[in-house]
Design a binder for this molecule. Structure first.
Ligand code: GUN
Length: 290
C-alpha cells in the first residue's frame, strides 16, 4: 500500500493561521513583531529562502527587515550590524541566513545574536536549553518536524528513531527532540558503518544528509514514517529530497514530499518563534518598573 503523505504545506498553513490572533493581540498593545534577516553574499538558494521568509512575514503581520551585505564584508562589520539589531526595540527576531562565506565564522556570528532574539534557535544558549530540557527557542526545522509527527498521530514513545545527518541546525536538535519524547534515537553520519542496516530498524527515519535520493526503498522498514529534510537542486534544475520518494512510497507508512513537506514547516516555525519573541518582549516591557 502506498504511504500516506504528510502534507507540510497544509499543516504549516494551520500553524500560520493560529498565529493570527496572537499577532492581533500584540497589535492591540501597539506591538508589531519584527524580524531582521541578514543575508551575506549572493548565494542563489539563500536569496530564494530569504524571499520566502519575507513574504511569509508580510502575510502574518510581521515586519521584516532585509539586510543584504556584500560577500567580502568583514566579520567586525557583520557583528556590528547584529549588535545594532540586538539594541533595536522594534526588532524581536534576528536571523543570519546560512551558509556564510568561508572567511566568516558561523559560530561567532550566531553567538553575537541576543539569545532572546534568536529566531532560528541556533544560539548555544537555546541549543543548551534544548539539551537540558528547558524552554528556549527551538531550531525551526526539527521543531516543525515534531509538529508534523504530532499532527499525523505518530506515536514516538519507545519507538526506534534514526536521524541521518548530524548538523547543529537539524540532525543534533532533531535527535534531542525525539529523545525528549521517549523515542530510542540513533544518529547516523558520513562515517557510520552499514547505514542501511541501521535505517532499516527505524520506525521514524529522518533523512537530513544533503544528498539527493540517498535513502532507497531497501533502506526503509515497511510501514515506517519517513521525513525528508533534503532540498537538492538537480542538474536539470528540478528539486529532489534526500529520499528516493517514488520507490520509498511503496514501502513506508508515511512520507513527507519535497517540495511541500518540511520546507513550509521551517518557515512556519520561524514565524512562530518571532511572534513568541515579541510576546516575551512585550510581557517583560509591561512588567518593567520603569
Ligand atoms: N540555511 C539553511 N537553513 C537555514 C535556516 O533554517 N536558518 C538559517 N539562518 N539559515 C539556513
Amino acid at each position: 500500500m502506498a504511504a500516506r503523505i504528510i502534507d507540510g504545506k497544509s499543516i504549516a498553513a494551520d500553524v500560520r493561521r493560529a498565529l493570527g490572533p496572537r499577532v492581533a493581540a500584540l497589535a492591540a498593545r501597539g506591538v508589531r513583531p519584527g524580524l531582521a534577516v541578514i543575508r551575506v553574499g549572493d548565494d542563489p538558494a539563500s536569496r530564494v529562502y530569504v524571499r520566502n521568509k519575507e513574504r511569509a512575514c508580510e502575510q502574518t503581520g510581521i515586519a521584516s527587515r532585509h539586510i543584504a551585505l556584500p560577500a567580502r564584508v568583514d566579520e567586525a562589520e557583520l557583528l556590528g550590524t547584529i549588535h545594532q539589531l540586538n539594541a533595536d526595540a522594534a526588532v524581536h527576531g534576528i536571523l543570519v541566513q546560512l551558509p556564510l562565506p568561508h572567511h566568516l565564522d558561523p559560530g561567532r556570528v550566531v553567538e553575537a545574536i541576543a539569545p532572546h532574539k534568536d529566531a532560528d534557535g541556533f544560539h548555544p544558549m537555546n541549543t543548551g536549553a534544548l539539551l537540558v530540557g528547558r524552554t528556549g527557542f527551538l531550531p525551526c526545522t526539527p521543531a516543525g518536524i515534531m509538529v508534523m509527527l504530532d499532527r499525523s498521530g505518530i506515536e514516538l514513545r519507545g519507538k526506534r528513531a534514526v536521524v541521518v545527518g548530524r548538523s547543529n541546525i537539524v540532525g543534533k536538535p532533531m535527535a534531542l527532540l525525539l529523545l525528549q519524547r521517549d523515542a530510542t534515537v540513533t544518529i547516523c553520519h558520513s562515517k557510520t558503518r552499514d547505514l542501511p542496516a541501521l535505517t532499516r530498524e527505524a520506525d521514524v527515519l529522518v533523512a537530513a544528509l544533503g544528498r539527493a535520493r540517498a535513502i532507497s526503498a531497501a533502506m526503509v522498514k515497511p510501514g515506517a514514517c519517513v521525513i525528508d529534510v533534503g532540498i537538492n537542486r538537480l542538474e536539470d534544475g528540478s528539486l529532489a529530497g534526500d529520499v528516493d520518494t517514488t520507490a520509498v512510497r511503496d514501502v513506508a507508512g508515511w512520507i513527507t514530499p519535497v517540495p511541500g513537506g518540511v520546507g513550509p514547516m521551517t518557515v512556519a516555525m520561524l514565524l512562530a518563534n518571532c511572534v513568541r519573541a515579541a510576546e516575551l518582549a512585550a510581557a517583560s516591557a509591561s512588567s518593567d518598573p520603569d
